[in-house]
Design a binder for this molecule. Structure first.
Ligand SMILES: Nc1ncnc2c1ncn2[C@@H]1O[C@H](COP(=O)(O)OP(=O)(O)OP(=O)(O)O)[C@@H](O)[C@H]1O
Ligand SMILES: [Mg+2]
Length: 442
C-alpha cells in the first residue's frame, strides 16, 4: 500500500490533542486532530486510510455514539477510546461495543504509540485485502465481458483495469464494431462510479438545435417551446459516466461549449446563470483520426488534447484472429439461448472460413454471423458465401492469418517452443521465425 496511514485524534481538550499528535509524530506516525465527533466524521469516508483515537467525553455526540456509528459504517475500522481515570465500566462497555482498545487517562505517550501502531498494522492488512478483492472482482468482470485471449485484448483489459479507478477522461479509438461502447461500459462498471448513471450520447444523432438543451438542459421557458425545466444529459451523468459516442460528429460550436464544461467542471442550463458543479467522467469514442481532423479544421485541437489524456486503442478483429473462434463460440451460445435454438456444430472448414475472413464490421459482424448460423440462414452471405464486391481474397493473406491463429493456439496449449514445434511437426527454427514474424513471442 503506497498511501501512508494516519491517525485521526478526536479530542476537545486542545492540550491533550496536541500531546497525542506530537507523541505520534515524534515516532514518525502521521496524525491530525478534530475537536468534535461531528468534525471528525466529516473526515472519515469509506475505506478511511487510518485509525481513530477518540475521547469518550466530547461536546455534542460522545465517543460511545461515535464508536457505534463508525462500527455500522465500517466494522473493521480500529477505534481506540480514551476513558477517564478509573472509568472501568465505560472502558468495558467500549470494548463490548467493538472498540479496538482503550486508553485510560492519564496515559504514557509510549502506551498511545504502541496501541496506535498495532491498530495501524491491522488497518493496513484490512485495506490491502480489500484492494486485492476489488482487483480480483474487477479482473473477473473484465474477463467475463471482454472476450479474447489475444495479446491485443489482454492489453485492452489491463489498460481498462488501470484506468477504471482513475478520474482521467478517456478516448476510445477503433473501427466500427470493435467494442468501443462495450469498453466504455466496462470502464464505468469496473470503477468507483459504477453506482452512478452511464449516460450515452450519440453526438451525430441530434440536430444542432436540439443538442444544447439535450446536453445542458434548460430552465422552464428558456426559449420558445421550452416547457418545463429539463435536466440535461451531462447533469444526469453526475456521479457517473458520460459516454460521448462518435465525438467526431459533434458540431464545432458544441465542441467549444463541451470544452468549457470539461475545463471548469460546471455547467449552466439554458436560460439560467447558475453554475452547477459537474462531477462525471467523460469517455469519448471515435472511428476517426481526430488529430488529422483537427489538422483539417474539422475538430477542435484543444478538445482533442483535453480528451486524449488517456486513450484506449481497439485493434480490428483481423489483427487478432486468434480471438475469432472464442468470440464466435460465445456469440453462438448467446444466440442459441436468445432464439431458443440448439447450438449448431461448427466444422473445421467453417472455422477456417471465419478465421480467414477480413471482418470489416469487426466483432459486431461476427455476432451477426453467429445469429444467422443459429437461425440456419448463413449460406450465401459472408464469410460463408460469395462476398459481393470484395474480389478474390489474396490466398497468401488468408493462409498467413490461419497459420498465425494455429500457432498462437498451439503455443498456448503446449507452452514451450520445443513442445509446440513437435506438436505442429515443424523444425524449431522454422517455428521460431514464424513466432517472430507474427509477433507471438513475449
Ligand atoms: N471483446 C468482446 N467480447 C464480447 N463482446 C464484444 C467484444 N467486443 C465487442 N463485443 C460486442 O460486439 C458488439 C459491437 O460492440 P460495440 O457496440 O461496443 O462496438 P462499437 O465499437 O461501439 O461499434 P460502432 O463503432 O459501430 O458504434 C456488441 O454487441 C458488443 O457487446
Ligand atoms: Mg458504438
Amino acid at each position: 500500500m503506497t498511501e501512508e496511514l494516519k491517525t485521526l485524534i478526536i479530542e476537545d481538550d486542545p492540550d491533550v490533542a496536541l500531546g497525542c499528535r506530537q507523541a505520534l509524530q515524534l515516532e514518525g506516525l502521521a496524525a491530525e486532530c478534530a475537536g468534535s465527533a461531528e468534525q471528525g466524521l466529516r473526515r472519515l469516508g469509506a475505506d478511511f486510510a487510518g485509525v481513530v483515537v477518540s475521547d469518550i467525553r466530547l461536546p455534542g455526540k460522545d465517543g460511545m455514539s461515535l464508536l457505534r456509528e463508525l462500527q455500522r459504517a465500517d466494522p473493521e475500522l480500529p477505534v481506540v477510546l480514551i476513558t477517564g481515570h478509573g472509568d472501568i465500566s465505560m472502558a468495558v462497555q467500549a470494548m463490548k461495543d467493538g472498540a479496538y482498545d482503550f486508553l485510560q487517562k492519564p496515559f504514557a505517550p509510549e502506551h498511545l504509540v504502541d496501541t496506535v501502531r498495532r491498530a495501524l498494522e491491522k488497518r493496513r492488512l484490512v485495506l490491502e485485502v480489500r484492494a486485492l478483492r476489488r482487483r480480483l472482482a474487477q479482473r473477473d468482470l473484465l474477463e467475463a465481458r471482454l472476450i479474447g485471449n489475444s495479446p491485443g485484448m489482454a492489453g485492452v483489459r489491463a489498460l481498462i483495469g488501470n484506468l477504471a479507478g482513475s478520474a482521467a477522461d478517456v478516448l476510445i479509438h477503433g473501427e466500427t464494431g470493435t467494442g468501443k461502447e462495450l469498453v466504455a461500459r466496462c470502464l464505468h462498471e469496473a470503477g468507483p462510479r459504477r453506482g452512478g448513471n452511464f449516460v450515452a450520447i450519440n453526438c451525430g444523432g441530434l440536430p444542432e438545435t436540439l443538442f444544447d438543451s439535450e446536453i445542458f438542459g434548460h430552465e422552464a421557458g428558456a426559449y420558445t417551446g421550452a416547457g418545463k425545466r429539463r435536466i440535461g444529459k451531462i447533469e444526469h451523468a453526475n456521479g457517473g459516466t458520460l459516454f460521448l459516442d462518435e465525438i467526431e460528429t459533434m458540431p464545432l460550436p458544441m465542441q467549444i461549449k463541451l470544452l468549457r464544461v470539461l475545463q471548469e467542471r460546471t455547467l449552466e442550463r439554458l436560460g439560467s446563470n447558475t453554475a452547477i458543479p459537474i462531477d462525471c467522467r467523460i469517455v469519448a469514442a471515435t472511428k476517426e483520426d481526430l488529430l488529422a481532423l483537427a489538422g483539417q479544421g474539422r475538430f477542435r485541437a484543444d478538445l482533442y488534447y483535453r480528451l486524449s489524456v488517456a486513450t484506449v486503442p481497439l485493434p480490428p478483429l483481423r489483427e487478432r484472429r486468434e480471438d475469432i473462434a472464442l468470440l464466435f463460440e460465445h456469440f453462438l451460445l448467446q444466440a442459441a439461448a436468445r432464439h431458443d435454438r440448439p447450438v449448431p456444430q461448427m466444422t473445421q472448414g467453417r472455422i477456417r472460413q471465419l478465421v480467414g475472413y477480413h471482418w470489416p464490421g469487426n466483432v459486431r459482424e461476427l455476432r451477426n454471423v453467429a445469429d444467422r448460423c443459429v437461425l440456419g440462414i448463413e449460406a450465401g452471405s459472408p464469410p460463408f458465401g460469395e462476398v459481393p464486391g470484395e474480389g478474390p481474397r489474396a490466398l497468401a493473406a488468408t493462409v498467413e492469418a490461419f497459420e498465425r491463429a494455429l500457432i498462437a493456439d498451439a503455443l498456448r496449449r503446449h507452452g514451450s517452443l520445443a513442445r509446440t514445434a513437435e506438436a505442429l511437426a515443424v523444425a524449431k527454427t522454422t517455428l521460431h521465425d514464424k513466432v517472430r514474424k507474427y509477433g507471438l513471442g513475449d
